[in-house]
Design a binder for this molecule. Structure first.
Ligand SMILES: Nc1ncnc2c1ncn2[C@@H]1O[C@H](COP(=O)(O)OP(=O)(O)O)[C@@H](O)[C@H]1O
Ligand SMILES: O=P(O)(O)OC[C@H](O)CO
Length: 492
């Protein structure tokens, strides 16, 4: 039996999953790692922690598995997060600046005020928001003494986490990324499919530090034999949200998935054409196979599970995320409590980096149960905004939305989602779709699976939730949410 090892390097944890030829996960290892918040709105990771955990979880699942049974390794990663390292020593020059980090909000605002956004959006499919990589990279080059000069001289390498892990796994031999990660930097022209010199100049990132950009499926390199006792091929890489789209087998235009982890990311396959969103959604590479690009429309929400984590770690009203299910069902409604979880600004479709989280409708009757329910509801309300924008942009969405991620374990949320979206919500038996997508890419390149049809056959529904809420109730809740968002936006 051949296996594929997937490494899913997420925002809060690093997982390794070993899949068999039937796409079943046979072994899992996971480690959470430290989040650093040096100032309000700043979020950093230590890239050495990430590397240490990546090795540890990979070694754990490979323990006792003969290397001949491991066909390939696939990597899926938190996107946009920036690492810059020294090519000679491999050492990062600064802690990684995480996608949630807002420190470059002013830079983005200034670029927007100069009228740069239209060109940036036309070429990259993105917006001028601190979420994306380029302004974070420029910040690092400006703040680490001597870094900009070293970068110009070609001594430094830039990468998103996939690139950094590939560099380390290959013993410093390969500096590459894939189209889905390149497409999140603000430096990559998604239609011409190349780094864009104008954008590099505008955003002040020297092209000498950029990695080579490749298809998602193909031989990226082989592991340093010292790491796992054999040289294993790294044959698939993708940003985690695009990997989840692939792992959910959303291969036809109009098929969409939404992943509920720290944030929530909804992607809809739009086929070979890169659409131009009129509703402030992102256009992004979904996957490129044999040089053939497939695109997606994306709605990115920065806080989903993170709101539940805040209830646990920030407020202490729950001890475990899963308690939100029991709390939400204890009460008939949220008692008028509405949470707008703009803890990291608001993402799509509002794109307001300066918005701050808010809770409305508090009375003395409000309890922890209402708060928990409001946190879960906020996730569905935000998805509703995305679905509406996607339908406006594309005219249609497939009959059901495929969901996954840690929060999809919460059946109350799944039903409330279906109710608020007015479309069926379906979750697969394998909720580890991100890792599976990375495994699919690596397995396609190494002949474990023969093609997309082969992959589609592995998708199995575990549960389907159909809309059941009366339309007046739905409209009432939607109106409360819209009013709360309006009051939260920084521009009033
Ligand atoms: N049963 C649950 N109900 C609600 N939220 C949950 C539940 N289980 C996990 N979560 C939330 O989901 C998130 C974890 O999902 P995961 O997909 O592992 O995230 P990530 O990959 O972003 O680190 C956490 O923020 C947690 O609060
Ligand atoms: O780590 P996740 O799963 O929350 O995903 C993070 C996204 O890739 C950020 O764009």
């Amino acid at each position: 039996m051949r296996h594929v090892l997937a490494i899913d390097q997420g925002t809060t944890s690093t997982r390794a999953i070993l899949f068999d030829e039937d796409a079943r996960s046979v072994r899992v290892a996971q480690r959470e790692f430290a989040q650093h918040y040096p100032q309000a709105g700043w979020v950093e990771h230590d890239a050495e922690d990430i590397w240490r955990d990546c090795l540890a979880v990979a070694r754990e699942v490979l323990d006792g598995v003969p290397p001949s049974q491991v066909a390939a390794i696939g990597i899926a990663n938190q996107r946009e997060t920036v690492v810059i390292w020294d090519r000679a020593s491999g050492a990062p020059i600064h802690r990684a600046i995480v996608w949630q980090d807002r420190r470059t909000a002013e830079t983005c605002a200034a670029l927007k005020a100069d009228g740069a956004e239209a060109m940036v959006t036309e070429r990259t499919g993105l917006l001028l928001d601190p979420y994306f990589s380029a302004t974070k990279a420029a910040w690092m080059l400006d703040h680490v003494p001597g870094a900009r000069e070293r970068a110009e001289r070609g001594e430094l390498a830039f990468g998103t986490i996939d690139s950094f892990l590939l560099w380390r796994l290959t013993g410093g031999k390969v500096h590459a990324t894939d189209v889905t990660n390149a497409g999140r930097t603000l430096l990559y022209d998604i239609r011409r499919q190349c780094w864009d010199e104008d954008l590099c100049r505008l955003l002040r990132v020297p092209s000498a530090i950029l990695p080579q950009v490749r298809d998602n499926s193909g031989l990226f390199g082989t592991t340093d034999p010292a790491l796992f006792g054999a040289s294993l091929p790294i044959a698939g890489m993708a940003g985690d949200q695009q990997a989840a789209l692939f792992g959910q087998a959303c291969f036809a235009s109009g098929m969409a998935k939404s992943t509920y982890g720290t944030g929530c990311f909804m992607l809809m396959n739009t086929g070979g054409e890169a659409p131009r969103s009129a509703n402030r959604l992102l256009t992004t590479p979904a996957y490129r196979l044999d040089g053939q690009m497939t695109y997606a429309l994306e709605g990115s929400i920065f806080v989903a599970g993170a709101a539940v984590k805040w209830l646990r770690d920030g407020l202490g009203v729950i001890a475990h995320a899963s308690e939100t299910h029991g709390l939400a069902t204890q009460v008939d409604d949220s008692h008028g409590v509405v949470m707008v979880p703009a803890f990291a600004g608001l993402g799509a479709p509002y794109w307001d980096p300066d918005a701050k989280g808010a809770i409305f409708g508090l009375t003395l009757g409000a309890t922890a149960a209402h708060l928990a329910r409001a946190a879960l509801e906020s996730v569905a309300f935000q998805t509703m905004d995305l679905v509406e924008a996607m339908v406006r942009d594309s005219g249609a969405l497939a009959a059901a939305l495929r969901i996954d991620g840690g929060m999809a374990a919460n059946d109350w949320l799944c039903q409330f989602l279906a109710d608020m979206l007015g479309v069926a919500v379906e979750k697969p038996t394998n909720l580890e779709t991100t890792a599976l997508g990375a495994a699919f890419h690596a397995g396609l390149a190494t002949g474990v699976w023969s093609g997309l049809d082969d992959l589609s056959r592995t998708w199995e529904s575990a549960a389907r939730f159909t809309p059941a809420m009366p339309s007046e109730r739905r409209a009432g809740l939607a109106a409360l949410w819209r009013d709360a968002v309006r009051r939260t936006l920084s521009q009033g």
